[in-house]
Write a protein that binds this ligand. Sequence first.
Ligand code: 5GP
Ligand code: ZN
Length: 118
Amino acid sequence: MCLFCKIVNKEIPANIEKESEDFLAFHDINPKAPVHLLVIPKQHFDSFNDVPPEVMAAMTTFIQELVDHVDIKASGYRLISNIGENGGQEVKHLHWHVLGGTKLRFGHFTDADPKDFL
Ligand code: 5GP
Ligand code: ZN
């Protein structure tokens, strides 16, 4: 069973911010912003590549309610889902990072020299 499935099953503790029948939002253990939540479907999908669109549709509502609940809806935030090897995905259970609570810099998206792409 994957790490996030263990969090769903409450086998591993997490600081849970919001829970519904189908989704869970909890605080990232290594926050990169004042607000750094992870949102997952309780059902296991390896990544965004595998998620049915109807699950994403329901997850959209869950995330919209979550950002309202943690009071970052108006100030703004960033959603990121890392996918696969080049995306830098470490946990192979679909998750959205919700980052906010400060003005976010536009990050570091490659370790390569951008000139290599020219
Ligand atoms: P990824 O790199 O796969 O997009 O992101 C995985 C995220 O999960 C990382 O930001 C990491 O800090 C977080 N993480 C890894 N293990 C745990 C854990 O046991 N608990 C929580 N709450 N977050 C975790
Ligand atoms: Zn899983």
